[in-house]
Design a protein around this ligand. Structure first.
Ligand code: ADP
Ligand code: MG
Length: 728
């Protein structure tokens, strides 16, 4: 039996795991595996609790004694729940989460076994970090990086599968010299930047606002593939996507999978990981089938961004662990299958005040709507002015396959507002010079008095927009399913904070000149709107016409990740990052370097997999099958059945033609890879990989996919699309 046949047999033989939901009510279960404020309240002295809460709100750092008390409480809580180890849990720039488990167990000075977790170990650790990417920030001779406790994200217990639990302490990861080596550090800085800038702007409208919170709800799309089938596809194992595979007769054209009923086995997996997620405080609420066969989505309720981003990263890890016991592999790759939909992480972004106002929520109160328009227009302007930077924030080797392809947002950044809002903004533009009038008349005159309810039921949805306003939030849909959301959120927060600082400056100039506040605000918004109108697009983002129109509007369409990433180091980017204090120029350059290196490595691996599969799987299979055919043709010829032999001979030569081309292309690809490898300069190397080496992928695939149709199904070595997508 071939590997393919065996794997299909295993996959078909699986039965749904019977799953008993926990007995507790969800409200009791929720966050029960986290060191929550409730737990702290029961275990810490009031003074310590106060200090931790201060630190959680980004206030004063904790002193030693408090850290000691918290560590002791954490250990006793964690041990009582079965934890034996602890780790700082952090998000290095590799894109996954990192942990290094240490045991609570230790020996005291007399060699007696004890349990120990010191305050210093809670606050700071030094992982052996030389193998995490640092983009030159950390020369290997001083290969020191530190992880530091982030008290604003609660510690949690991770089930190790085979038994035992680990206390995970969300942490930042910084170099010896203090530069950020992770996602969390700049994310926290960017959240702070938004807070500062937005709170200052809020003062013009609501003096009682003392803090602005950035929220995000992250929808996660993914594919599920049976584990046995997965391991029979070396390309999935090595690259997360299929590099070959002919489209199945039935793809997603029937559109019967979207919101369709969920198969029992898939459902068991979903329910299982949802309970695990709830215990970790991840507020999962939604589950459904997605458009493509084998594709699904889950979404939690939105949260404070630092938490939401931690949760999104943790969830990916958790889903993969739970999938294991259901015989699945989760594919988080943005484009695991050609010809059908890819996957994204839709980031639903909004900002809210500590007094409970969503700053992107339109209302029926005229006065509040000036505030709403202020924030709305500033976001639009920020996206307009830094569209390329936003594009860079979602660039990766894997998202490159998705953007602009089959039912995915294009690489052109644009903003969708919906007809209602667009009309209102146009009104605002077109009314003559506004003059101050008493009472609410002012707002009526400028056309922003009452905003019809823009809840999601009546905002027109545009699924083709990379960045859409959806009632009371912006949905950034172009973020890759495999990405750490922080990357996109850092940029979005930074450009918005920067824009709000700009707005305040512009407004102050007018106020100093004695202008009325309301009139001045409206004037500035009008100007901003005029300056950024080019970024607004309501039409079909998937269409060819949009590409032409966008070009005419001067919008960029950067299809290559390596070009998009270069925007990180543009002068204008350095300026916004430095002005907002989110990343220094050195940190930005390091990040750019790391991203480019990642890009090169991914394409290099794909190229090697394509080479291996072509030569060792496909070509060898073809040769064997041709031999069978040739033997048959010879027998027929010997029997003088020449007419019967002819079509068989033709298949033999058809196969030969494809095999010849594949061999030629693979060797050319190897040569181009060598050339790229000999290129020392990283930008140039990434370009060679992204254009030349990658240029062979589709060409080779074309012939391999043709061969899939020519070779006897019994002999084809790779699990086929119909098997990967439909066996569940
Ligand atoms: P969809 O129709 O796109 O699935 P949902 O209403 O289900 O929209 O929301 C998707 C995500 O957006 C969820 O994570 C939800 O919690 C989040 N969300 C809803 N309101 C807000 C908001 N004001 N700010 C940020 N995220 C929000
Ligand atoms: Mg959505």
């Amino acid at each position: 039996m071939s590997h393919r046949e065996k794997s299909i047999e295993i996959a078909l033989g699986r039965t749904p795991l019977s799953f008993t939901p926990p007995a507790e009510k969800i409200t009791d279960l929720f966050a029960s595996d986290t060191f929550s404020e409730d737990v702290m309240r029961s275990l810490l002295s009031p003074e310590a609790l106060q200090k931790v809460e201060n630190a959680m709100r980004g206030g004063t750092p904790m002193d030693r004694d408090v850290a000691e008390e918290v560590a002791t409480a954490m250990r006793s809580w964690a041990s009582s729940k079965g934890a034996t180890h602890y780790t700082h849990w952090f998000q290095p720039l590799t894109g996954t989460t990192a942990e290094k488990h240490d045991s609570f167990f230790d020996l005291d000075s007399r060699g007696k076994a004890i349990e120990k977790f010191k305050g210093s170990a809670l606050v700071q650790q030094e992982p052996d970090a030389s193998s995490f990417p640092s983009g030159g920030l950390r020369a290997t001779f001083e290969a020191r990086g530190y992880t530091g406790w982030d008290p604003s994200s609660p510690a949690f217990l991770m089930n190790n599968g085979a038994g035992g639990k680990t206390l995970c302490i969300p942490s930042v990861y910084i170099a010896y010299t203090g530069e950020a080596l992770d996602y969390k550090t700049p994310l926290l800085r960017s959240i702070h930047a938004v807070d500062k800038a937005a709170t200052a702007v809020c003062q013009y409208f609501n003096r009682d606002v003392s803090r602005v919170i950035t929220n995000v709800g992250i929808e996660q799309e993914y594919f599920l593939v049976d584990k046995a089938l997965y391991f029979a596809r070396p390309d999935l194992v090595m690259t997360g996507r299929t590099v070959f595979g002919h489209s199945p007769a039935r793809g997603q054209q029937l559109e019967d999978h979207y919101f369709g009923s969920i198969s029992t086995r898939v459902n068991a997996f979903m329910v299982d990981f949802e309970f695990e997620a709830l215990k970790l405080g991840i507020p999962l609420r939604t589950r459904h089938n997605e458009v493509a066969p084998g594709q699904y989505e889950c979404a939690p309720t939105f949260e404070d961004m630092n938490l939401a981003v931690d949760h999104a990263a943790l969830l990916m890890d958790l889903m993969q662990k739970v999938a294991e016991r259901h015989g699945y592999k989760v594919l988080f790759h943005e484009k695991p299958f050609a010809g059908i939909n890819g996957s994204g992480k839709h980031n639903n972004w909004s900002i809210a005040t500590d007094t409970g106002i969503n700053l992107l929520q339109p209302t029926t109160k005229p006065k509040e709507n000036l505030r709403f328009f202020t924030f709305l227009v500033n976001v639009i302007k920020a996206v307009h002015d830094h569209a390329d930077l936003l594009r860079a924030s979602i660039a990766s080797a894997s998202n490159e396959y998705r953007l602009g392809a089959h039912e995915a947002p294009p690489s052109i950044i644009s903003v969708f507002l919906g007809a209602g809002l667009t009309k209102m903004l146009d009104d605002l533009m077109n009314r003559g010079e506004v003059e101050l009038e008493k009472g609410e008349n002012f707002y009526y005159k400028i056309g922003i008095s009452r905003i019809p309810n823009l809840t999601r039921d009546n905002t027109d949805r545009n699924r083709t927009s990379p960045f859409a306003f959806t009632g009371n939030k912006f949905e950034y849909r172009a973020v890759g399913s495999n990405a750490n959301s922080a990357s996109a959120m850092i940029v979005l927060n930074t450009i918005v904070a920067n824009q709000l600082i700009q707005f305040k400056n512009d407004l102050e100039v007018k106020l100093q000149a004695g202008e009325d506040k309301k009139v001045a605000i409206v004037d500035i918004l009008k100007q901003y709107y005029k300056d950024s109108k080019a970024i607004l697009f309501e039409g079909n983002g998937y269409s060819e016409e949009w590409k032409t129109e966008a070009a005419a509007r001067g919008l960029t369409n950067i299809t290559n990740a390596y070009e998009a990433l270069a925007c990180y180091t543009a002068d204008s980017s350095v300026e916004v990052f430095e002005k907002t204090g989110v990343l220094s120029e050195r940190e930005l350059k390091a990040r750019y370097e790391i991203e480019l290196e990642n890009y090169v490595k991914h394409i290099q691996i794909e190229s090697r997999v394509i080479e291996d599969l072509s030569l060792n799987h496909i070509m060898s299979t073809c040769v064997k099958y041709q031999f069978k055919l040739a033997q048959t043709a010879r027998s027929l010829t010997e029997m003088n059945m020449l007419d019967e032999a002819q079509p068989i001979k033709e298949v033999v030569s058809d196969i030969s033609r494809h095999v010849t081309v594949i061999k030629k292309l693979v060797y050319e690809m190897i040569e181009s890879r060598k050339k790229a490898n000999h290129t020392a300069e990283l930008t140039e190397k990434a370009k060679l990989y992204g254009s030349e080496v990658k240029g062979y992928f589709e060409k080779i695939r074309y012939h391999v996919d043709k061969l899939e149709l020519l070779i006897d199904n019994e002999d084809w070595p790779l699990v086929k699309y119909r098997e990967l997508l439909f066996i569940k």
